[in-house]
Write a protein that binds this ligand. Sequence first.
Ligand code: SF4
Length: 366
Amino acid sequence: MNYDTLGQVVEPLLTWFGKKRRALPWRVDTDPYHVWVSEIMLQQTRIEAVIPYYERFLQVLPDVASLADCEEEKLLKLWEGLGYYSRVRNMKKAALVVMEEYQGEFPDTYEKLVKLPGIGTYTAGAIASISFGRRAAAVDGNVLRVITRLLADSHNIMDEKYRKEVKSKLEAIYPVGEEAAMLTEGLMELGEVVCLPSGMPQCEVCPLEDLCQARKKNTMLDYPVKQVEKKVKEEKQTLFYILDEKGRLALLKRPETGLLAGMWELVSAPGHLNKKEVEKYLQHLGLSVISMEAMSSYKHVFSHIIWQNQTYLVRCHNLRKKYIPSTKTSEGREIIYWVTKEQLQHEIALPTAFKKCMAEGAKRGK
Ligand code: SF4
């Protein structure tokens, strides 16, 4: 691939970004903590959705020291709705490293940043260039879309080797200082608002129009080429919205590793159970059923797994204790916790995968 065109991109892109940049809360300054929080939140989530989360997060945890000190439940609650909770757990781990190894000051090179927990090549590139003016590119889907269209390049953008090549070719043309920050943000911005991911790119307002090979050939929508090899596994399960006589909800904690590691979850059983099977299963957990009603079925899609959920509202007897320490599931793992509506609202973060069952259970279980 001939990357010569890349060198001509910097000037028009910086001029364009200087005029058109959107005012976003994380662009008020280039503080590495602010850049870091915003970049982690923006992975998999739209800008408009991130803004209120970002503002609330910084209000509660204004700096890396407060994040390092934050209790996990509080942290997960702040993150509730953004999903992929391992991201915020890793942020806390990284904050502890910054406090302990770097005396609370973010390391200022790409090489050191990329070694922090949860900080990959993209985020390290973003912080190094935006906050410290380093020659470090942040290559994500937006940037790859712009580059592959610009060069009419049909490499598979899911290929790690290709991504590394783009990063190194970009870094060869990177300026330093404030312009490094502007180039990183300008590329991201162009991919977000002009060289759009779905629908037609807005080439007529693009600062790179004269340089763009795909535009010349009118083949913009042929790029980027994305071949994903992904096996999606389907899992059937039955979810229970179980209330005790005081209206408290039964919850479990998931194992510390694997999908939704360490998160709260509803009681569940593998497979789709009928009412008789439900009663037997819950008896086995030490719960005595007063009544049950079937609720809706729905699916929840993770990146590699699809949950096919069947759901029930169940009311149970004799559950006055705060928790039942001896109760085990068939895998012999969990204690059942009984949580009040107030705890659910203010303290407990439940993954989005349970949201539909929670909403229907709360409505029917009044
Ligand atoms: S000219 Fe069109 S396709 Fe090329 S980079 Fe600009 S917006 Fe994307």
